[in-house]
Design a protein around this ligand. Structure first.
Ligand SMILES: Nc1ncnc2c1ncn2[C@@H]1O[C@H](COP(=O)(O)OP(=O)(O)O)[C@@H](O)[C@H]1O
Ligand SMILES: [Mg+2]
Length: 394
């Protein structure tokens, strides 16, 4: 890999990387940086390095201590906009701007931010972009699971060293949270409510005292300015551990809603599908807006249990049918169209993905889906192609 990058001229993306406002002190390894364009998925601060740099240049407003950008510029990064020099910043979040403003200003206070909502409402996505814009680093991430223990939040030990040297600073393995405290950055905790209540309680001291004690070394880590936490939680998680009221008081909660209407959801899917298609280098044409509109219509009608015009009541399938799933249905359809079709997204390319997203339970959901096909799709003008294609795969 290294040889390859020495022979070839530097590509555009790596140059922009980590140059966001000088050299980022992020953990990006120089060798890793050179082959960035070969990465399957780049971190937000890598992928949007150019936008972040332009924003930093245009940004003369006051920044909270240790922030890379002012709240104004972070807002522009999240919601998109045009800078005074004409540079276009793409929108990352599509929806209520006020929610994003509340999220950003929360992070400038001593309260942490909890993004809460249904699956696929862009909680992780917003969290990553906030961390990228504010701290220049979205990688200080803890994935919450039932098995997350205290050391994942606080610190662990390198056991080989611990045995030889005993507890020393060099034997200590910092958690992403500890690193964020030391460097004055944002730590991200995904799926906070999946973590057991006792482990969650570890956060209380950290969030209220901004200190992480290390009794073994008779010392502590005091958070630098700029440190804060962004957590996400699903409200449809099974086996969730509610947040204790003591912990809840340390968070400001922002609920991310489902897209308000068809147009908004179509815009989200269209934009993300275009991005993903570019990243995966799919040789397909620009996705047909009409097909995206049909997928989103089906998702919204089944999710809400009625047709968009309200004329017909429908049974609701067991899956969440999130925007994120609509994105992957269109995306897989595009791959089929690109590799086995003529590059144009058609009904036949969407049928299998649609059915897979809707029929999660092979018995009940299948009934729901068949009923939808018969009562809605079959009767809808111009939808016969999709009806037939779906009938073939159910
Ligand atoms: N309102 C929105 N604006 C922009 N993208 C969205 C929106 N809602 C969903 N998405 C897209 O849906 C995908 C899934 O979001 P994700 O953050 O993984 O969901 P969550 O963490 O809430 O389950 C992301 O690719 C994101 O771009
Ligand atoms: Mg998530």
């Amino acid at each position: 890999m290294k040889k390859d990058s020495q022979q070839q001229p530097r590509r555009r993306e790596p140059k922009a990387t980590a140059s966001f406002e000088g050299e980022a002190q992020s953990s990006t390894h120089p060798a890793a940086e050179q082959s960035l364009s070969a990465m399957l998925r780049q971190h937000a601060e890598q992928q949007f390095a150019e936008e972040l740099t332009e924003l930093a240049k245009a940004d003369s407003r006051q920044r909270p201590p240790n922030w890379r950008l002012s709240p104004w510029a972070v807002r522009t990064y999240l919601l998109g906009g045009r800078l005074s020099n004409g540079f276009e910043v793409s929108p990352k979040y599509i929806g209520n701007a006020r929610l994003i403003e509340i999220a950003i200003s929360t992070l400038a206070t001593d309260r942490a931010l909890l993004l809460y909502g249904l699956p696929g409402t862009a909680k992780s996505w917003v969290s990553e972009h906030l961390a990228a814009a504010i701290a220049g680093d979205s990688t200080l991430l803890i994935q919450g699971t039932a098995g997350t223990d205290e050391s994942a939040l606080r610190y662990g030990w390198n056991y080989a060293r611990l045995l030889v040297e005993g507890p020393t600073p060099a034997a200590l393995v910092a958690s992403p949270l500890m690193t964020a405290m030391r460097e004055g950055k944002l730590a991200r905790i995904e799926e906070l409510t999946r973590i057991s209540s006792e482990v969650q309680d570890t956060l209380i001291t950290i969030l209220s005292e901004k200190t992480l004690p290390i009794p073994e070394l008779n010392t502590e880590v005091q958070a630098r300015k700029g440190f804060n936490v962004i957590a996400t939680a699903n409200n449809r998680d099974k086996g969730v551990n509610d947040l204790s009221s003591a912990l809840m008081r340390r968070f400001n909660t922002v609920v991310l809603p489902l897209p308000q209407n068809l147009e908004e959801e179509v815009r989200i899917v269209e934009r993300r599908v275009a991005d993903l298609g570019r990243a995966l280098e799919l040789p397909a044409e620009k996705p047909a807006l009409e097909e995206i509109r049909r997928v989103v219509t089906i998702f919204r009608e089944l999710r809400e249990g009625k047709t968009l015009d309200g004329s017909l009541k429908l049974k609701v399938p067991s899956g969440t049918l999130s925007t994120a799933e609509a994105i992957s249905v269109v995306n897989s359809g595009l791959a089929l169209a690109a590799y086995y079709g003529d590059g144009t997204l058609r009904a036949g390319d969407l049928a299998a993905g649609l059915t897979g997203a809707i029929v999660k339970d092979p018995v009940q959901d299948r009934v729901v889906w068949l009923e939808y096909l018969q009562t809605v799709m079959k009767e809808r003008t111009g939808w016969q192609d999709l009806y037939r294609a779906c009938r073939e795969v159910v």
